[in-house]
Design a protein around this ligand. Structure first.
Ligand code: TAP
Length: 452
């Protein structure tokens, strides 16, 4: 059996060694899930709801343990990790409201009655990246289970610990065996088997756009359903009429949260030319003030990057010719640290403006007017999130409608609420998670006509 060493990215110490699931065990788990699906879809809606509520309560009762695991495994700050475990609980409570509300239609027809049903798909495979191991897992398994599917879940190899614990909590809460299984393993083995095994009827993939395209192509062979949550290069657009002090004070947190390893990171700041210099003056102390350090310390605002190789990838974006405006701090000693870094690219083609760095690096550029801001914001293959800072409500709405992205916030940097839809335009993804319709992505609509 292959094993993997789980490393604490803040200390570089090995936390534990975990056995990885291979191809045969993946097949066995998928077959268990297929058998369990028969019973799970037949459970009375109220009982399925009750089991999901119990699962949510088990997560809540173990919230601190889950959060501490994420601090150690992913280097997330303890504040963020608590929010993430709480998000799993909330997604499950929200999902628990679904079984009794999965309403079909009754459509007027001649000669009979026409009704629709939202049927579960069967087995759903969820593939999770390392950047937000808990919430991203729950956004898939919560609504999928609620809609009557069984779930096999593959955490990222680097960050399996919280997912494994969630699998245990599901069983403790009373979910039947085989309904929710966590399979730590390699993407090329376990993840690929989700794509190729015919009993897996849908794959929910969150990760890089590159791997997402492969998953989509693989799923096409079986016309397998797919939801993709991929990369981003989101714009934080600051107009001259905005509250500049607040825009500058909050901009670091819109990009450096989770050390920039966030698909929604506002990694391009677009500033109206008339206030460009003033904005940079205000941004500098805000960036230098970001508290980078031990993620277990309650006061810490930014932890390390996930691994040495990821740090090397982030660092490779800063070339000798890169104009670095200023940087924040980073601790000495072991750990995969990288300081908050603000760069001023010269050309629109600079890869710091076009590629996802997935680290604490932000590029600041000037724009002339509203049309120019929208043009620059949309000048990327991605379209996940973004922010618009202005005190003109008409402009806020015009620009919100103009920017090609799935999740925008005005005068704030919020992207995610479990009861509002989340997902990307263009190459940032396909389909939506969360929100009122989350469960429908895990069903097929069936139309039945009954002659009277
Ligand atoms: P990836 O390398 O794409 O990995 C994501 C997951 O896919 C991991 O579990 C990985 O397994 C698995 N995987 C890799 N190759 C596979 C294959 N051929 N078949 C099936 N599964 C495979 O991404 P990452 O570097 O971990 O995560 C960072 C990326 O995720 C960024 O681009 C980021 O923007 C994106 N992301 C997007 C969102 C949303 S919501 N849009 C949210 C978070 C992250 P291993 O662990 O074994 O490699």
């Amino acid at each position: 059996m292959t094993t993997t060493q789980v490393v604490n990215p803040a200390t570089e110490q090995v936390v534990t060694t975990l056995e990885l699931v291979g191809a045969d065990e993946t097949d066995a788990a998928i077959e268990r899930a297929q058998r369990a699906a028969v019973g799970w879809r037949e459970i009375a809606p109220g009982d399925r709801a009750r089991l999901l509520r119990r699962f949510a309560e088990a997560v809540d009762a173990n919230l601190e343990q889950l959060a501490q695991l994420e601090v150690v495994n992913a280097g997330h700050t303890i504040g963020n990790a608590r929010w993430e475990a709480g998000n799993v609980r909330d997604v499950l409570h929200f999902a628990a409201g679904i079984p009794e509300r999965l309403l079909g239609n009754q459509i007027p027809v001649a000669g009979g009655v026409d009704i629709t049903f939202h049927e579960p798909l069967g087995v759903v495979g969820v593939i999770v990246p390392w950047n937000f191991p808990m919430p991203i897992a729950a956004w898939g398994f919560g609504p999928a289970l609620a809609a009557g599917n069984t779930v096999v879940l593959k955490p990222a190899e680097l960050t399996p610990l919280t997912a494994v614990r969630l699998g245990e909590l599901a069983l403790q809460a009373g979910l039947p065996e085989g309904v929710f299984q966590v399979l730590p393993g390699k993407g090329s083995v376990v993840g690929q088997r989700f794509v190729t095994h015919p009993a897996v009827r849908k794959v929910v993939f969150t990760g890089s756009t590159e791997v997402g395209k492969e998953i989509m192509a693989g799923c096409a062979r079986q016309v397998k359903r797919v939801t993709l949550e991929l990369g981003g290069k989101s714009a934080n657009i600051v107009f001259a009429d905005a509250d500049l002090e607040r825009a500058a004070a909050t901009a670091p947190y819109g990009v450096f949260d989770n050390a920039g390893q966030d698909c929604c990171a506002r990694s391009r700041i677009l500033v109206q030319r008339s206030v460009f210099d003033r904005f940079l003056e205000l941004l500098e102390p805000a960036v230098r003030g970001v508290r980078v350090g031990d993620p277990a310390d309650e006061a810490t605002e930014m932890g390390p990057l996930i691994s040495a190789s990821h740090r090397a990838r982030v660092a490779s974006f800063i070339e000798p010719s890169t104009k670095v405006a200023f940087t924040g701090s980073q601790p000495d000693g072991p750990g995969f640290w990288y300081p908050p870094t603000v760069v001023l690219p010269d050309a629109p083609s600079d890869r710091l403006l076009t590629e996802e760095v997935f680290g604490p690096v932000v590029a600041v550029v000037a724009f002339e007017d509203e049309a120019d801001a929208i043009r620059i914001a949309n000048g990327t293959e991605y379209g996940l999130s973004g922010s618009i800072w202005t005190n003109d409500v008409g402009r806020a709405l015009r620009v919100s409608r103009g920017v090609e992205a799935g999740n925008l916030s005005v005068n704030s940097h919020s992207s995610v609420r479990y009861w509002t839809p989340f997902g990307g335009f263009k190459q940032s993804g396909l389909g939506r998670e969360l929100g009122p319709d989350a469960a429908l992505a895990f069903t097929e609509t069936k139309n039945v006509f009954i002659a009277t």
